[in-house]
Every structure is written in structure tokens, then in C-alpha cells.
Design a protein around this ligand. Structure first.
Ligand code: SF4
Length: 416
């Protein structure tokens, strides 16, 4: 439950994915206090089993790739730890403390958190203290205590649950669960920070993990989507939170009142996945396509002449007509690869635009000097890395490393 090192050996991709998605599903049920409605396979969640460890360590690795996934996962993972700790038997507690003292080598350990875990396990494993902890004792009990560096326990310090003396928090025996819970969070944060560059390297080379990461992002964002965030009325304001690719399409549509087929398809699905309701989508497209086009656009349709067709195709994208398929907004990798024709207005600006057009597009969010510096740094980068760098700049975040879908960009910027 408080794992220090990942398991070794092999596991099939299928089992790894099941371990991860079952865990995410359970964590979400736990977080929303709906555990009794969880119908997943508990086999993947049994403590100290290979599946439980694989689910935990895979998410630990992927959480190092974005602050959003880290925030989402860490809160829930700590809750699971707390939940398990609340029901822990003396036997399992003994095993847990032993696992710290066996796995952590105090003389090789460079981190304060590992050293602290080792020292606590040695103290709590003393027979008389262990016996004392294993039996229910008063919540006020202060018979035994230990000292822990205050920076390891930010949650306890913030909630003023401990006394501080000369840089150390005094933890009484009645607070041992609070102590382990707080150290668990600190340990995860420490590990995830250390894993960042490794995670970034591995996601670039291992297609399986890359796809898994994208699926997790979609899964989490999708469940967070509330239809109706973007409306036909507020879309101009909301477009300030769009990624450059979608902001560009929205601007072209507003100026020229037409888009080519594939650009229309891409923008529609993006708006749908960001939460635009069907009626708003119809109003949005009707508003533009009812106007005279003012360009040599490839699309010469007019709303009044083809209203039924337009409505049918929008409903189709919402999964309400034809095959009733649930279409999803294309990923960055598809947008970067697809150039359906010379008159296509879309694409990824970091891949397909020349410097002048890219500067013009980004100039509304970045001041001249920042923009120039940014442009200088991106020419050797992959489009989604450049996009993540751009998002970092405009949000002043430090931990966005990977953009895989325009919807992800919108959600990240919206949450800032
Ligand atoms: Fe859009 Fe993706 Fe390109 Fe960013 S990297 S501009 S989200 S296609």
C-alpha cells in the first residue's frame, strides 16, 4: 500500500491496462463516496499484489508528465491509502513497517523522506510501541512521540494538527496514521518530481505508454466535461482558451464565414468535446453559414439552402444520426499528419505555419519580447512539445510536458 520500489518481471499490456483503469475507476468511486456502486474487478486492487503495484506505479510514472494528472491522481491515491490504513490489521501494519526497514538503506539514502520512513519504522517496530499502536488507544494518547522535519508534513502543518519545535513536528503515538498519510503524500510528490525527465523520455519512445497516457487523459477529461460550458454566445471569449490550432479555425470562420470540410469537422468535434451543446452548435454554425462568404473558400454552402443537411451532419457528429458513433476530437498527432488539400485552413500551427503566421496567431497571448524568445526556442521541437511550452508560458505553470489533444489544452487553460 505504501510502495517504495516498483515490481520487477513482465506483465501483458492487457493486464497492465486493466490494473490502471480499474484503479482509476475505483479511485473515482472512492473520491465521490460511491464505492458501493463500484462493479470493477477487485482482483486488480488487492493490496501488495502485482496488479495493485503495477496500477500504482504506472500512474505514478504518468502523473509525472502533467500537473493536472498529478493533481487528479495524488488526491485520490492518498484517499485510498487513508482508506486502507483505517482498516489495517496488526499483521499488515507489521508487514508495512518491515517493508520500510527492509527496502530503505539508511546509509545509501540521500533523501530525507526515505530516511524518515526508515527511522519511523525502526521506532514503531519496537515491541512495546508496536503493541501499543496495534490496540485502540485514546485519540489523545501522548505516551510516545517522535520528531519529524516540518517540511515533510505540509498537510499536518497547514491544518495545525501538530506542534512545531525548532523545525521539527512533534508526533504523538495517537497520530501515527496521520503521520503515515502525510508522509505518503510527500513521498509521492518527491518520487513524481524525480521521475519527470525519465517519464518524458519513455513516453517519447514507448508507443504503448504514450497511447495509455492519452487514453487516461481522455477518460478523466471526458468524465469532467460538463455540456454547456461553451455556448454560441460566449464562444468568442472562450476562444481565448483554445489551443492555437482551434483558435485559428474559429477566427477564420468568423472572418470568412466558411470552412473547408475537414476543418469544419475538426472544429465541430473539438467544440463538442469541450462541452458545447447540440443546440448551441447549430446556432453557431447557422450564424456563420447564413452570411455571405467573403473569400474563395472551397465551401460554398449556404445555410438557408441546405439547412436540413447541415443539421443532420451536426447531429451525426454528436452521435445522434446514422451509425450513432461517438466521434472524438482528433489527437494532435492526427492533426499534425493530416493535410487534406491545399485550401485546408487547419493543421497544427507549430507544424504547418510559417514564422510570420505563427507570430501573428500567438501575438494576442504573448508580448513581443516573450513571443520572439519563444519562437527562437521552438524550431527544433516537436509540435506538441512547443505547444506545451506555449501553454506553460501563458499559464506560468512549470509542469506541463505533453499535449496530446486540443481538448486537453483547453481544459488545462480553463483550470488555471
Ligand atoms: Fe493544436 Fe495539438 Fe498543435 Fe497544440 S500541438 S496547436 S493542441 S494540434
Amino acid at each position: 500500500m505504501f510502495y517504495i520500489y516498483p515490481p520487477s518481471g513482465k506483465i501483458s499490456l492487457h493486464h497492465m491496462e486493466n490494473s490502471v483503469f480499474t484503479r482509476l475507476d475505483y479511485l473515482e468511486h472512492l473520491y465521490s463516496d460511491r464505492v458501493k456502486y463500484f462493479h470493477g474487478n477487485f482482483e486488480f486492487l488487492l493490496e501488495n499484489t502485482l496488479h495493485d503495484r503495477v496500477g500504482h506505479f504506472t500512474l505514478r510514472l504518468l502523473a509525472a508528465l502533467s500537473s493536472d494528472l498529478w493533481t487528479y491522481w495524488s488526491v485520490r491515491e492518498v484517499l485510498l491509502f487513508k482508506h486502507r490504513l483505517a482498516k489495517i490489521s496488526s499483521k499488515l501494519l507489521y508487514k508495512l513497517l518491515r517493508s520500510f526497514s527492509q527496502q530503505i538503506k539508511p546509509f545509501n539514502s540521500e533523501s530525507l523522506i526515505q530516511l524518515t520512513l526508515y527511522q519511523i519504522s525502526i521506532l514503531y517496530l519496537k515491541p512495546h510501541i508496536f503493541k501499543h499502536l496495534s490496540y485502540n488507544h485514546s485519540e489523545e494518547c501522548k505516551l510516545y512521540s517522535c520528531k519529524v522535519r516540518f517540511e515533510l508534513l505540509p498537510n499536518l502543518i497547514k491544518s495545525r494538527k501538530v506542534t512545531i519545535n525548532a523545525g521539527y513536528a512533534i508526533i504523538y503515538c495517537s497520530q501515527w496514521k496521520l503521520l503515515l498519510e502525510s508522509l505518503f503524500f510527500t513521498y509521492l510528490r518527491y518520487e513524481v518530481n524525480n521521475l519527470t525527465s525519465y517519464a518524458l523520455r519513455i513516453i517519447k519512445t514507448d508507443q504503448r505508454l504514450k497511447v495509455l497516457y492519452q487514453r487516461i487523459q481522455k477518460n478523466i477529461f471526458k468524465s469532467e466535461t460538463k455540456y454547456g460550458i461553451i455556448t454560441a454566445v460566449n464562444i468568442n471569449t472562450e476562444s481565448n482558451h483554445f489551443p492555437p490550432c482551434m483558435k485559428h479555425l474559429h477566427t477564420v470562420l468568423r472572418n470568412k464565414h466558411r470552412l473547408s470540410h475537414y476543418a469544419r469537422f475538426t472544429l465541430s468535434l473539438f467544440l463538442k468535446d469541450c462541452g458545447m451543446e447540440l443546440n448551441d452548435a447549430i446556432i453557431y454554425w447557422k450564424e456563420e453559414y447564413s452570411k455571405e462568404h467573403n473569400c474563395n473558400s472551397v465551401c460554398l454552402h449556404n445555410w438557408n439552402a441546405s439547412e436540413k443537411k447541415f443539421i443532420y451532419s451536426i447531429r451525426h457528429l454528436y452521435g445522434l444520426e446514422g451509425s450513432k458513433k461517438d466521434y472524438a476530437a482528433p489527437d494532435c498527432s492526427i492533426i499534425c499528419k493530416t493535410m487534406p488539400g491545399p485550401k485546408y485552413e487547419g493543421g497544427c500551427p507549430f507544424q504547418h505555419f510559417d514564422e510570420i503566421h505563427l507570430k501573428h496567431l500567438l501575438s494576442s497571448s504573448l508580448k513581443e519580447r516573450k513571443l520572439m524568445n519563444f519562437i527562437k526556442t521552438i524550431h527544433r521541437r516537436k509540435p506538441n512539445e512547443a505547444c506545451a511550452e506555449y501553454l506553460k508560458l501563458i499559464t506560468k505553470r512549470t509542469q506541463i510536458l505533453f499535449i496530446s489533444n486540443p481538448v486537453q489544452f483547453y481544459h488545462m487553460l480553463n483550470k488555471t
